[in-house]
Design a protein around this ligand. Structure first.
Ligand code: NFS
Length: 655
């Protein structure tokens, strides 16, 4: 590895490392091609940022007022205001968690308001997820008899909206409806039950502003409180609302990877997180009018490809092929074969537009929160949804018409395509195993040793997608079933690990389980907000086993942490008693072992700081029964996960 960071006890890759280790040949091909062509990507800008700031890397820079910025270290242990090191680290951490909360919250808000519009007949959208509407209504104790599905959906949406924005101390109703009793009691004892997503954002910013709390431990409590708001108001809010609107996904076979793009077809990429407008756009693309328009433009057909979480929504529901993730978005446009990219909200990096301009790709933005200079803007507003059909048709027309302007001399499409079985909603997983009892039995008898949910973004700090794929290969070899979402799932989909054929790479127990059911050893459950599907599975399996969640053989793995949104994902699972294994040190100083002066040469002081000790030692463990393990080397990370699962099984007396 080219860049050594002794302060983190880790290294970061250089260009050669990325090209040598990145597992998808298509990504390597495009990275090399774009470099040769002089097209700038994240890899160039990442190298230009080296070496990175040691204060920022360890969360030691305080920028929460205009007295500073203050950089803290062993010599300067307080900022100008007197704020100490641990308070600065925790304030930075909890602020990034609530930034992620805000992002998922805005996503949830759009989908919930769309349900209201659909229920009131303002938007031409059928409520396709009747089963989910009734299920959530029953859990909330709402009256369903004698009411129309629209009336019930409207009332459920009101509850979800209130959970997002309540300011008074009424517990989040979805938390009360879905969280296990044992956990609710634990959170109550800790005093970390949240009010709502919006309230916990306000309270976090309030606590951490100049002259706010100087007790870092109160920020660890706020971290848990805000994570629970994040989980039960924004993740559940987005995931349940999307299922109410568009239905619960079911397993299906799809083709993914860069090779789905075709030279002689109109190629349209959809990108972002909220699936509302793209559902309509997809509907319009499939109409005879738009298909005919493509033929007239000289195309043999229309290909729609997905990126990031919007891509995963369409993949799970309709088998629409996906191409790549956040760090692949520039590469996908670098094929020069994309006529239009339609983006909604979040994880759309500005570098994408730079590449789009190099290849003449048309960019259409559909969310007022995510504007891009030079893009065509056709926004969706759930409070004024009447124009949705017309706008979606406009986008479809523009997208197809762009085919005529493509510069065919610049096309470079890698041939790789991969088969995958997708659509693993909570219900689909449970049904496949013949109910929770069936899956629990496989866990008890050890055919499946444990379940790891391997999720999250990419980061340039590890070779692109290398940690995701390496860790997961080793987990399935050890009979650990994997669920996945987000950008990690794109890496695993493209690597063929979500195909039933990947059963051959699994250990004997998992292999038998997969082969007898015709399923893959890695289940792609959806976008990041659909981590709720895995969480519900963990909650219900623990309940079925009659065992508290922290005792179950489950692990949360984030091999390539990137976005602020991932902080809340990890802490959500921690709060539920599920330990995290993280693939690169987060913004907390890494305790570094040092030889002890005057002692034997193999005697080390393991090093410490209060915040790292809290998360990785006993502080958090004593509160919720889980801790964070950080391991940047993926084979060692897989070993850590195996060890955690083995320990849990031994304690449970499962062989
Ligand atoms: Ni998740 Fe979806 Fe990817 Fe990270 Fe971004 S796409 S919500 S945040 S980068 S996994």
């Amino acid at each position: 590895m080219k860049y050594s960071y002794p302060i983190l006890n880790a290294e970061m890759p250089g260009r050669e490392d990325v090209l040598r280790l990145t597992p998808n040949p298509a990504s390597k091909d495009l990275l090399e091609y774009l470099h040769q062509e002089g097209v700038e990507t994240w890899l160039d800008r990442y190298e230009a940022q080296q070496p990175m700031c040691g204060y920022g890397l360890r969360g030691l820079c305080c920028r929460m007022c205009q007295w500073g910025p203050c950089r803290l270290d062993n010599k300067r242990q307080r900022g100008i205001c007197g704020r100490d090191l641990s308070t600065v680290i925790m304030a930075n951490l909890v602020r990034s968690l609530v930034a992620g909360l805000a992002a998922h919250g805005r996503h949830a808000h759009e989908v919930i308001l769309t349900i209201m519009a659909a229920a009131e007949g303002k938007a031409n959208l059928p409520l396709k997820g009747e089963e989910r509407v009734l299920d959530v209504a029953n859990r909330l104790g709402l009256t369903t008899d004698g009411r129309t599905i629209k009336e019930i959906a409207r009332e459920v949406a009101e509850v979800l909206l209130e959970d997002l924005g309540r300011l008074t101390m009424t517990p989040i109703r979805i938390l009360t409806a879905y969280a296990p009793r044992e956990r609710i009691e634990t959170w109550q004892t800790l005093g970390v039950l949240p009010r709502s997503g919006a309230y916990e954002i306000m309270e976090t910013l309030h606590m951490t502003t100049l002259g706010g709390t100087s007790d870092w431990t109160s920020l660890t409590e706020q971290e848990l409180r805000a994570a629970l708001a994040y989980c039960y108001s924004t993740l559940f809010g987005s995931s349940l609302a999307t299922e109410m609107l568009f239905g619960i996904p079911r397993p299906k076979v799809a083709t993914v990877n860069y090779g789905i793009l075709k030279e002689d077809h109109v190629n349209i990429l959809i990108h972002g997180h909220s699936p509302v407008m793209v559902e309509k756009i997809l509907e319009k693309i499939r109409t005879p009018e738009i298909q005919e328009l493509a033929r007239k433009a000289g195309a043999k057909g229309i290909v729609v490809g997905g990126m990031c979480c919007t891509g995963e929504e369409l993949l799970a529901r309709y088998g629409v092929p996906t191409v790549t993730n956040i760090m692949g978005q520039e590469l996908a446009l670098g094929t020069g074969a994309v006529d239009t990219v339609v983006v909604d909200m979040q994880c759309v990096i500005p570098g994408m537009k730079i590449v789009a301009d190099c290849f003449g790709t048309q960019v259409i933005t559909t969310c007022n929160s995510n504007r891009i200079p030079g893009a065509i803007h056709i926004p969706f507003d759930p409070e004024n949804p009447e124009g949705l059909d017309e706008d979606a048709l406009k986008v479809a027309r523009l997208a197809v018409e762009a085919f005529a302007h493509r510069d065919r001399s610049k096309m470079h499409i890698p041939r790789e395509t991969t088969e995958a079985m997708v659509g693993w909603s909570y219900e689909a997983i449970v049904d496949t195993f013949g109910g929770l009892k069936g899956l629990l039995e496989l866990l008890r008898e050890g055919k499946i040793k444990g379940i790891a949910t391997v999720v999250g973004c990419n980061t340039p700090k590890v070779p692109y997608e290398f940690n995701h794929v390496t860790i997961v290969r080793r987990l399935i070899e050890s009979d650990i079933l994997v669920t996945t979402t987000g950008c990690c799932s794109h890496a695993l989909l493209n690597a063929g690990l979500c195909s039933p054929a990947a059963a051959s790479q699994a250990g004997p127990g998992l292999q038998e389980v997969c082969r007898s059911r015709g399923i893959p050893p890695v289940l792609a459950v959806g976008g990041c907000v659909d981590n709720t599907r895995t969480l519900r599975l963990f909650i219900d399996l623990a309940e079925e086993a009659g065992v508290a969640m922290p005792k179950m053989p489950f692990v949360f793995v984030g091999p390539e942490p990137g976005n602020e949104k991932t902080v809340g994902q990890g802490v959500t699972f921690l709060a539920h008693g599920i330990s995290n294994v993280i693939g690169f040190p987060g913004p907390i100083p890494v305790p570094l072992p040092r030889p002890v002066a005057g002692a034997a040469p193999d005697e080390y002081d393991r090093g410490s700081n209060p915040v790292a000790d809290f998360f990785a030692g006993d502080g958090l463990y004593e509160k919720v029964g889980a801790r964070i393990y950080t391991e940047p080397y993926p084979k060692l990370a897989a070993q850590t996960i195996r060890m955690l699962i083995r320990r849990q099984r031994l304690a449970l007396g499962w062989k």
